[in-house]
Design a protein around this ligand. Structure first.
Ligand code: ACO
Length: 383
């Protein structure tokens, strides 16, 4: 039993493993606190904008008025896509999932980046802005193409969130709705060393280029345990259909040991502060649209999960109510995870740039438990 004695502790899921120091994002999962560069997410949601948060995450401080104006202008100027990227979007297979399209387009557009072969910090900072700007246009443009609608060019006079909704839906959103999308993007802009940021960091640690790190991040975000949950959460609400049916449906689901999408978190053991903000928006939208069925189903799900799983400390995460909000803002369900991605781009790039300041190849170990010293059997002699 010597091997068993020598066996190292395996950190399944890398629970409680720290891979770097950071000054970008602080999460207190016990108290439900989230800070970007020291600023509370609730203050940022109340007072800030996506553009300001992009500056904050990448530069490490809040901009002054002139800097904010110039960040806005830079982001707006970078939103249009190169004709070749547009051509790629038009050539995607029919019914291609938007997350796949986004991943492919980022990979493709890296070749057209004006600073493709420049990996200095300054060039990477500009690339980070371009990537952030263009993800929104890719998602909106593909949505119009697949629906057979006229593609809308970005409007540099509009804020990033408002322009995104306009490019998707074909009309300028009501200012309240535009603000909701802006805040949603702020809330999704970063979240520490989550799975997709870690995916990006692994790629970064090999000194791959910035676009490659974002491709890795998008690929990692796609899964239902991470960004994909946002789409499944709305699917759950749609399946239940009536608030009165929610409790029994969820209790059965839990009895069958199924996970409820939009609940639980590796770090939060209480309410995710972002979920509370999105819940309030979902409530306001339900009221303003005069139909609160989905909202009442969602709150019944929340009550049941939180009550039934109290001992496991399972609460709604940011994805649970976001789906309701995006749905009400006219965003197709399979664009929810891409919206998460385009909002997270500043966070991903900020973490990659921070990692490069003190880069070390990420190369963990796995503990071998298979057979050893097997005698090789020639093909003809195998049963
Ligand atoms: N529904 C029901 N039970 C749950 C849920 C859930 N959503 N989440 C956790 N649990 C239970 C688990 O079954 C487990 O119970 P057990 O100890 O009896 O086996 C216990 O709570 C601990 O859960 P783990 O899955 O071990 O916790 P982990 O930290 O690995 O998981 C995760 C976090 C993956 C997010 C999980 O909560 C989950 O699958 N949630 C649903 C998908 C989801 O909403 N993902 C979005 C995450 S947030 C984001 O990416 C923005």
């Amino acid at each position: 039993m010597k091997a068993a004695l020598d066996a190292p502790e395996i950190h399944r899921g890398l629970d409680d493993v720290y891979v770097k120091e950071t000054s970008i994002c602080f999460i207190d999962g016990e108290r439900g606190r989230l800070l970007y560069r020291g600023y509370d997410i609730r203050d940022l949601a109340r007072h800030s904008s996506f553009e300001e948060v992009v500056f904050l995450l990448l530069q490490g401080r809040l901009p002054n008025r002139a800097e904010l104006e110039s960040a806005r202008a830079e982001l707006a100027a970078a939103r249009p896509l190169a004709p070749s990227v547009l051509k790629l979007l038009r050539s995607m297979p029919e019914h291609a999932p938007p997350m796949d399209v986004l991943r492919t387009a980022v990979s493709y557009m890296s070749g057209f980046d004006p600073e493709r072969d420049d990996s200095t910090q300054a060039a990477n900072m500009r690339k980070a802005l371009r990537i952030t700007a263009q993800l929104a246009t890719i998602v909106a443009t593909y949505e119009r193409i697949r629906k057979g609608q006229r593609v809308l060019r970005p409007d540099p006079t509009l804020g990033h969130a408002e322009d995104f909704v306009r490019m998707v839906t074909g009309k300028r959103p009501d200012p309240t709705w535009a603000r909701m999308m802006d805040v949603a993007m702020v809330l999704y802009a970063d979240h520490g060393m989550n799975a997709s940021t870690f995916g990006a960091t692994v790629a970064a640690s090999t000194r791959a280029d910035l676009h490659s790190t974002i491709v890795a991040a998008i690929a990692t975000l796609k899964g239902p345990l991470h960004g994909g949950a946002i789409e499944d959460a709305l699917g759950l609400v749609e399946t239940i259909r009536r608030p009165e049916a929610a409790r029994e449906f969820i209790v059965n689901k839990l009895r069958n040991k199924e996970k409820v999408p939009g609940f639980g978190h590796r770090v939060y053991k209480t309410y995710d502060p972002r979920a509370l903000i999105m819940k309030e928006y979902a409530r306001q939208l339900a009221e303003s649209k005069g139909d609160d069925t989905y909202f009442r189903i969602a709150t019944a799900i929340e009550e049941t999960v939180v009550g039934e799983l109290a001992s496991k400390r399972i609460f709604p995460n940011v994805d649970f109510y976001s789906g309701l909000v995006f749905h009400r803002l006219g965003i197709s369900t399979d664009l929810f995870t891409p919206v998460f991605a385009l909002s997270r781009a500043p966070g991903w790039t900020a973490h990659v740039l921070e990692y490069w300041e003190d880069n070390r190849l990420l190369r963990p170990l796995d503990w071998y438990v298979g057979p050893k010293d097997l005698a090789y059997v020639p093909l003809d002699e195998r049963a």
